[in-house]
Design a protein around this ligand. Structure first.
Ligand code: NAD
Length: 511
């Protein structure tokens, strides 16, 4: 089969059913009236029932019960569960990857990469389970010890986006579990099968480790089901990944009930290419970041700010590379660009291209629909390159599709200003062999994003670092480094072993 032969409805439906079964999910047991489609051919894979608002309440209540037990289990013993989850994910790597390709259209290599990221975060969390360190600070009083202790927080609600249908859950869940917290997950309504498979794999690990059965639950549905989690006072931390529009609705509601939120929202990521850049390396880095995952990563490169001395040569190289990108069935060997998630995404792409043209832009590569004959209900598009003289209104928005706007600059200060002149602040990079340029981009007066790279693209982060961004990206940090702190509560402890009662700040209160 080549990338131009798109598999039919029954073939993909059967593949979904058998793959889900291997992960431990019987789709008949979840049957209902809500269709689940594949962007690969635009046809229905299966239909499921969704969780009601009462169902969300019940799930949170069960999670609260599980919390009472789990918070008392020593953290390294909690790590043993996550270790087993990682082992089972390795066994089912291809199965989960297949479901990701079926539901969101990722090419096989990227879908397997997403599952590898899940295995990696499990490894990280297992190590973390012995490193949930608190500090001891010098007390100002004799015979006193001042320290902090980190305790489990409570139920973590996870709302996730379609484009990382499994990894975002694992970032949250692996860390939450070692921190002592149960998870209730509301996956994207576009990728419920992947979620049910992940849940079944974790349920097996939980049973094998004799951990509380309700440590992990999935509630399936749309924004209203997510909202029930958002508003639930029993959810201590609401971790939401998705569009800025969603975050704008969710953030204030969680704040209103004094809950904790962790927001991972939209990006509008740029790379700056300086005059000294290695253009071979830059071209490869840019094409992966801008066209990979069909432009549907939060870290997708959407803006390219290029020194005027190299902009023509780089644009030529990109036009040539874009023309050669294999677009097609994401599960066929050799495909690098799969489908857009649905027709709405294709329309948003066309709308942005028309606006860019009206704002003085010139489409120099791609942008059109492909494979419409082979798959009339699917939306494949050739990634687009648009030359723009300046950063116009259309560039301010995140269009979740493969469009790269190419803008010239003359002065490095101007390049940094352009990088920062959008409402979002997720990822950024600079391609340069000029050390001073690289350092300035990384410095306090450089890029204002949460992720700032040198000589690699904007996407493809490793799990070891904290992931997230500033401004309209929401300010949350997940995954590595000290992101675990969001999943725990800190208690500050003062212990007096002096036999006296000296007061802090020298206060005298003798009676
Ligand atoms: P989306 O905002 O449409 O949906 C995301 C999730 O939020 C879904 O589960 C949805 O049902 C839920 N939701 C929507 N409105 C809600 C509400 N009012 N209350 C509660 N839940 C609600 O996003 P999408 O189209 O699935 O994903 C694409 C977007 O996600 C892009 O903007 C992308 O940049 C962003 N994203 C960000 C990150 C990150 O880490 N920063 C990672 C992946 C995706």
């Amino acid at each position: 089969m080549t990338a131009h032969d798109i598999p039919g409805q029954s073939a993909l439906a059967e593949l979904a059913r058998t793959t889900a079964r291997r992960c431990g999910v019987d789709l008949d047991a979840h049957a209902g009236d809500r269709g689940v489609s594949s962007p690969v051919n635009g046809e229905q894979l299966t239909s499921l029932s969704w969780t009601s608002a009462d169902g969300v309440d019940a799930a949170v209540a069960r999670a609260q019960e599980a919390f009472r037990v789990w918070r008392t289990v020593p953290a390294p013993a909690r790590g043993a569960l996550v270790k087993r989850l990682g082992e089972l994910l390795a066994v089912h790597k291809d199965d989960v990857a297949t479901l990701i390709s079926l539901e969101v259209g990722k090419i096989t290599s990227e879908a397997r990469g997403e599952v590898q990221e899940m295995i990696d975060i499990c490894d990280f969390a297992v190590g973390l389970s012995r490193q949930l360190y608190g500090r001891t600070m010098p007390s100002e009083r004799p015979g006193h010890r001042l320290m902090e202790t980190w305790h489990p927080l409570g139920v973590v609600g996870v709302v996730s986006a379609f484009n990382f249908p499994a990894a975002v859950w694992s970032w949250n869940t692996a860390v939450a579990l070692v921190c002592g917290d149960p998870v209730v997950w509301k996956p994207s309504e576009l990728a419920p099968l992947t979620a049910l498979a992940c849940q079944a794999i974790l349920a097996r690990a939980i049973a094998e480790c004799d951990a509380p059965g309700d440590l992990s639950q999935v509630v399936v549905g749309g924004a209203d089901v997510g909202q029930a989690l958002v508003d639930h006072s029993g959810v201590a931390l609401l971790s939401a990944t998705g569009s800025t529009r969603m975050g704008r609705a969710v953030g204030p509601r969680v704040a209103d009930r004094f809950g904790r939120s962790l927001l991972e929202l939209g990006g509008n990521n740029a790379a700056v290419v300086g005059p000294s850049a290695d253009l071979d390396l830059a071209t490869r880095g840019i094409v992966f970041s801008a066209a990979g995952t069909a432009g549907q990563r939060c870290t997708t490169m959407r803006r390219l700010i290029v020194h005027s001395s190299v902009v023509e040569e780089l644009a030529d190289r990109l036009v040539s590379a874009y023309g050669r990108l294999p677009v097609g069935d994401p599960m066929a060997e050799g495909t690098l660009v799969g489908p857009l998630i649905h027709g709405g995404a294709y329309e948003a792409m066309q709308d942005a291209l028309s606006r860019a043209a009206a704002e003085g832009g010139k489409l120099v590569a791609g942008g059109g629909r492909e494979l419409a004959d082979a798959a009339p209900n699917a939306y494949y598009a050739r990634p687009a390159l648009v030359r723009l003289p300046e950063q116009t209104a259309v560039v301010q928005r995140e269009t979740f599709a493969p469009i790269l706007y190419v803008l010239p600059y003359d002065d490095f200060d101007e390049a940094i200003a352009l990088n920062n002149a959008v409402p979002q602040g997720l990822s950024s990079s600079v391609f340069t062999n000029d050390q001073a340029e690289a350092e300035r981009f990384l410095s306090a007066e450089g890029s204002d994003c949460g992720i700032v790279n040198v000589n690699i693209g904007t996407s493809g982060a490793e799990i070891g670092g904290a992931f997230g961004g500033e401004k309209e990206t929401g300010g949350g940090r997940e995954s590595g480094s000290d992101a675990w702190r969001a999943y725990m509560r800190r208690a500050t402890n003062t212990v007096n072993y002096s036999g006296e009662l000296p007061l802090a700040q020298g206060v005298d209160f003798s009676v």
